[in-house]
Design a protein around this ligand. Structure first.
Ligand code: HDE
Length: 749
């Protein structure tokens, strides 16, 4: 509201004594208007359950409504920019309730961040069961043609809320299924094993991984002494750490990661037969990673890289999808499968031994409309189960069943967090939980206890026929009370060795480089040496190469390295994948109309194929004119290679220049007039180094030459025809990277 129209409004409202200050008119609305209609993604979880029960009104969810600004008590306000004072230059009056309410509320806007998994991004979606699990579970949401709303939160583990997305870390993959039988949370990770076998060690591993307590550095990193100290002294952490050091620790996108329930769960069908399972999420787009330098650059250039990627893809309609699958094992007394202890969460069962059976499809199709209300306040818990899904005695899972409820009480300020809109179940609630901090329900009746004779005996108890959750009455193994792990938990190296043997040569090179980097960041020599001892027990070549990088002698590997076979399913290479939502940078100087026609044509092809083309030019604005004008989306100043999965160089040299994109000489330049712009050369050389496909037409050779790219370099397509260039690039992109470009000297897997 401009000041001049403000005084007019004041006069109309009869507010005395407001001086009229002449100020330039601001481009703001001067008439109150109703709230904008809600965006399609603002509705949150459905408010009416499949059984017709109201799970919270839409009005409670969208707190702001109506044309006028009010206090929390609903008083309309005439000014929110000036405190109430004794004269314009006088002291502020304590009686200014609006000032105190506004500042007090602001003072308390932050809640404690999650102690782990603080940094996250989330989306709404739905899950459709295939009905293929009916034989092993009675869970209704897995039945054919049942659609269940979901909310999924992805996260890093170690970093604070404001840390970078692309750090080397495990990623959380937590799914809340709002089923008709109650909420089921599958609180998993993108790595199928965990650091520890018993929950009692969780505070220890997290203390070791978090920043050092004296200086609080490093943020969101495992490359420091305390982490590697822990890992070397707790060899059960070797397997998870190896996954972290592999490409799985630096995903390209949340959309391109697997998810795992990790623990073994027990399913029960309607004949009360039980089966043990491990849950897997398989991304439709395949499993892809960044390369380390790219991840580091993205951490600085765009710390929100994964958050942005997820939100942009959903907004563009490239809805990410995952298939839910289960590995199935007989529920035997010893709970072992092919010699693998199913209660030890540092183990996987190779898919070659137990295939993953698909049981449903997850689609994420809506971004949250309020980060705090949804992504921050969502509260997951592995104990949120539905009939048909039960737990096992995995000692890691047991501790989690305690921890998640406990942590929400301090994080969300009391025991009533289930009433927050994002946490509300879509099944009817009829509990006897009363009062407490932040109670928003107005419970009726006088007898919140059972049995009672005052409220007509209500509520009643359900049996199996009415869909009650009844724990599977499994035998509990008898034994002495001990603080002890079973003997089968003692093998910490055969599973890591299997992982190493399953990697392709280029993936092994990445693992070697990651260990060399992380251990190279440690100060204590003893910590490096102890970790080399662990590497020697995984593989002699891995140990020798890392030791060479650290400048330390490589310890001898034992003669009896575990005799395990590779699991080809663990490698990320060797397949081709859909390109939905991939980001393609098209660099042009916009000088030649024919070249722009090529850009338009390729852009159209990309858009209609579900990819995201971004036009990069020397300056912002538009290229060409009229209806065909192209909007510049990135400039040479704002574009950096890490944003793109492939680069296209489009155009011909600007008239009079002998190179593309030509650059005007400026004072202090080391480049000559007509040399390619160094920012474009950097873009291309980084993309090349990171194994990205590069296409060029119309005079881009000087850029490629300046970037040091050889004439016959793999994955660089130079022809005259833009459509042909794109066809080749699309084929290359299906393999994610031009793997041939990476130097490999390790032996092949
Ligand atoms: Fe968690 N974990 N965790 N965790 N975890 C939390 O709960 C904990 C573990 C996982 O997006 C906390 O609400 C213990 C395994 C995810 O909101 C806390 C142990 C797996 C998320 C907690 C584990 C996970 C969490 C912190 C060892 C993969 C983020 C905030 C026994 C299967 C969920 C919160 C979200 C969050 C405790 C181990 C996954 C403190 C004690 C194993 C994805 O309760």
């Amino acid at each position: 509201m401009s000041h001049s129209s403000q005084s007019a409004t004041d006069a109309a409202h009869g507010i005395p004594g407001r001086p009229s200050v002449e100020a330039p008119a601001l481009d703001e609305p001067t008439e109150p208007r109703g709230p904008l209609p809600p965006k399609t993604d603002q509705s949150g979880p459905a408010t009416v359950t499949p059984t017709g029960q109201d799970s919270g009104t839409a009005a409670e969810r969208v707190a702001q409504g109506g044309p006028y600004l009010t206090t929390a008590q609903g008083n309309r306000l005439y000014d929110t920019d000036h405190s109430l004072k004794a004269g314009p230059r006088g002291p502020i009056l304590l009686q200014d309730h609006h000032l105190r309410e506004k500042i007090t509320h602001f003072d308390h806007e932050r809640i404690p961040e999650r102690v782990v998994h603080a940094r996250g991004a989330a989306a709404h979606g739905y899950f459709k069961g295939y009905g293929t699990a009916g034989n092993i579970t009675k869970a209704a949401f897995l039945a054919k043609d049942v659609t269940t709303p979901v909310f999924v939160r992805f996260s890093t583990v170690l970093g604070s809320r404001g840390s970078a997305d692309t750090v080397r870390d495990t990623r959380g993959f937590a799914t809340k299924f709002y089923t008709s039988e109650g909420t089921f949370d599958l609180v998993g990770n993108n790595i199928p094993v965990f650091f520890i076998q018993d929950a009692i060690k969780f505070p220890d591993i997290i203390h070791a991984g978090k920043p050092h307590p004296d200086r609080e550095i490093p943020q969101a990193q495992s490359a420091h002494d305390t982490f590697w100290d822990f890992v070397s002294l707790h060899t059960e952490a070797t397997h998870h750490t190896l996954w972290n050091m592999s490409d799985r620790g630096i995903p390209r996108s949340y959309r391109m990661m697997e998810g795992f329930g990790i623990h073994t769960f027990r399913l029960v069908n309607d004949r009360d037969e039980t089966t043990l399972v491990k849950f897997h999420w398989k991304p439709k787009l395949g499993i892809h990673s960044q390369v380390w330098e790219e991840a580091q650059l993205a951490g600085g250039v765009d710390p929100d890289f994964h958050r942005r990627d997820l939100a942009d893809a959903i907004e563009a309609g490239a809805y990410p999808q995952w298939e839910l699958g289960v590995q199935i094992f007989p529920d035997t007394e010893e709970q072992m499968f092919e010699g693998i202890d199913l209660l030890d969460s540092t183990n996987i069962v190779p898919e070659e031994l137990a295939p993953v059976h698909p049981i449903g499809l997850l689609t994420l199709n809506a971004n949250p409309s309020n980060y705090f209300a949804e992504t921050e306040q969502v509260a997951f818990h592995p104990g949120h189960l539905v009939p048909g899904i039960d737990i096992t005695d995995d000692p890691l899972l047991a501790g989690r069943l305690f921890s998640y409820l406990d942590t929400q009480i301090s994080r969300l300020g009391g025991p009533n967090f289930a009433q927050l809109p994002i946490n509300r179940t879509h099944a009817p609630v009829n509990d006897m939980l009363r009062d407490g901090m932040h109670q928003t329900a107005v419970h009726q009746g006088v007898a919140p206890y059972r049995p009672n004779s005052l409220d007509g005996g209500c509520p009643f108890l359900a049996g199996a026929a009415e869909g009650a959750y009844i724990e599977v009455p499994v035998e509990v193994p008898a034994g002495r009370k001990v603080r002890q792990a079973p003997e089968t938990f003692a093998d910490h190296f055969s599973q890591p060795r299997r992982f190493w043997l399953s990697m392709s040569a280029v993936e092994r090179e990445h693992i070697i480089a990651a260990y060399t980097f992380e251990l190279g960041k440690c100060y204590e020599q003893a910590i490096k040496e102890r970790n080399l001892l662990s590497l020697a027990r995984i593989d002699p070549e891995l140990c020798r190469r890392v030791a060479a990088g650290l400048g330390l002698p490589a310890p001898q590997s034992p003669d009896d390295l575990p005799a395990v076979s590779a699991s080809p399913a663990l490698s990320q290479l060797g397949k081709t994948w859909p390109l939905d939502g991939r980001v393609i940078g098209i660099v042009t100087d916009g000088a030649d109309p024919a070249a722009l026609d090529g850009v338009r044509a390729v852009r159209h092809t990309l858009l209609t194929s579900g990819l995201l083309p971004l036009v990069i030019a020397p300056a912002g604005g538009t290229l060409g004119s009229g209806e065909d004008a192209l909007t510049v989306q990135r400039t040479f100043a704002t574009a950096r290679s890490v944003e793109f999965d492939a680069i296209l160089l489009a155009g011909v040299p600007a008239p009079g220049a002998d190179a593309f994109p030509a650059r005007d000489a400026k004072a202090g330049d080391t480049t000559a007039p007509g040399d390619p712009d160094p920012r474009v050369v950097l873009l291309v050389s980084e993309a090349y180094r990171h194994g990205k496909a590069i296409g060029a037409w119309g005079g881009a050779d000087p850029v490629l030459d300046a970037a040091g790219i050889p004439a016959a370099a793999p994955g660089v397509v130079r022809t005259g025809d833009p459509a042909a260039v794109w066809d080749d690039i699309a084929r290359l992109l299906g393999r994610h990277r031009v793997w041939e470009r990476f130097e490999v000297s390790v032996s092949d897997g």
